[in-house]
Each structure stands twice: as structure tokens, then as C-alpha cells.
Ligand binder design. Structure first.
Ligand code: DX5
Ligand code: ZN
Length: 226
């Protein structure tokens, strides 16, 4: 069954602790937390201080998405703050391997993300060192953008590459995910749907999440993305 990771970027920022408890009650599998530095992406959001403050509110895994330059410098702070999964962008460092090692040595799961126009080949060398591949389906920086359909093919190719190396890696898709795009991503091979605006603006988040969890997975689907 596909996992659902609501993005706290779309939550009420003045009541983040309660919002975290709400997503957990509604059946979320992970809490997706977007960290932006105003350099790698145009926007600035929150840092380790807020992640640490949120930790006591819920036991749900924190899926921390770092959209920051020089990630190695900040890994210890995000580990200490209580992150369960820390994802960095392949575009942000010359030494991806060392950052992934520092995440795993610190006891968290390591994720690697790539922007919509970054080729899949850039992440292939790291498939044996990651737990999560986060496929961006919008340009990172803001919630509420429109899904890029070309990312479906990337998800399908990533899924195939992961199967070929026999690795256990979650494939999450992030950006513009709603009922329609989420269903297509699940069928293409995504195992986690990350979504902000569609879930937080849903009439009933619990019903919405339950519906998404029923989306057919790649194994139940025969579409081709070639
Ligand atoms: C965008 C973030 C996303 C964002 C998704 O840079 O990484 O996690 O919250 O928002 P929606 O689901 O509204 O596109
Ligand atoms: Zn994100």
C-alpha cells in the first residue's frame, strides 16, 4: 500500500504542533518537513529549531527534505533535532556520498532528491547508499504548483533501476500531487506520495488519505511510460 506524507508546508504555520497531530490522526505515514534556505531555492521556511520543537508532539516519522546548499554542515543539527529520514538534493553538493554517510552514521535514513530537470542518471551511483529517492515533480521552493507530467517516466525508470539493483528504496514524489496525479504516480512506481496543498485543503483529510491509500501500485498496473 502506498504511503502518504503530508507536507507541513501547507499546514497552519502558527499551529504546527496541532497540525502534526492532526495529520497523524488522519492516517499519515510520515510528516514531510520542508527546509528551504533562500539560496538553493528562492523561499525560506523553517530550520532545525522548529523540527526539534515539533518532535514531542508525535511519534510519526519525520521526513525532512533539505533544500539547502552545503548540507553536510547542517546534518548533525537535523539528526539531533529528531529527524528520521533526511533527504538532500543531488544538485547541492560535490560529495553526495559523504553527506549520505553522515546521515546514516547518525542513525537516520538517507534520502536523495533530484529536481524535475535533473537527469535520473545523477542519482543512479548512490542507489546502494540510500533509503529514499525523492523525485521532485515541480521546481522546489513553493507549495501549490502544477505537476510536471514528464516526471511519471522518471518515476517508472527509477523504479526499474531500483528493481534491477535489488535495493529496498522508497520512491517518493513531491510537488503538485493530488487525486489524479497521485494515482498516476502510484501506478508508475512511486511508493510514497508527498502532498501539501491537496491534503490540507481537502474537505476531510482523513477520507482523502484513505482514498489515496487505495491507489493501485505499479504491481497492479500495466501502463507503459516509455
Ligand atoms: C516544494 C516542497 C513540497 C511542497 C509540495 O518545494 O518540496 O514538499 O510542500 O506542495 P504541493 O503538494 O502543494 O505541491
Ligand atoms: Zn518537499
Amino acid at each position: 500500500m502506498i504511503k502518504i506524507a503530508p507536507s507541513m508546508l501547507s499546514a497552519d504555520a502558527a499551529r504546527l504542533g496541532e497540525e502534526l497531530q492532526r495529520i497523524e490522526r488522519c492516517g499519515a505515514d510520515w510528516a514531510h518537513i520542508d527546509v528551504m534556505d533562500g539560496v538553493f531555492v528562492p523561499n525560506i521556511t523553517i530550520g532545525q529549531h522548529v523540527v526539534r520543537a515539533l518532535r514531542p508532539y508525535s511519534k510519526i516519522p519525520f521526513d525532512v527534505h533539505l533544500m539547502i546548499v552545503n548540507p553536510i554542515k547542517h546534518i548533525p543539527a537535523f539528526l539531533e533535532a529528531g529527524s528520521d529520514i533526511i533527504t538532500i538534493h543531488v544538485e547541492t553538493t560535490e560529495d553526495v556520498a559523504s553527506v549520505l554517510t553522515s546521515i546514516k552514521d547518525g542513525g537516520a535514513k538517507a534520502g536523495l532528491s533530484l529536481n524535475p530537470y535533473t537527469p535520473l542518471e545523477t542519482v543512479i551511483p548512490y542507489l546502494d547508499s540510500i533509503d529514499l529517492l525523492l523525485v521532485m515533480s515541480v521546481q522546489p521552493g513553493f507549495g501549490g504548483q502544477k505537476f510536471f507530467p514528464h516526471c511519471l517516466k522518471k518515476i517508472a525508470e527509477a523504479s526499474k533501476a531500483i528493481d534491477e539493483v535489488g535495493a529496498h528504496i522508497e520512491i517518493s514524489v513531491d510537488g503538485g500531487i493530488n487525486r489524479e496525479t497521485g494515482k498516476r504516480c502510484s501506478a508508475a512506481g512511486a511508493t510514497v506520495l508527498t502532498a501539501g496543498s491537496a491534503l490540507f485543503s481537502a474537505k476531510d483529510m482523513e477520507t482523502e488519505i484513505r482514498m489515496w491509500k487505495g491507489f493501485p501500485t505499479k504491481e497492479e498496473n500495466n501502463e507503459s511510460y516509455g
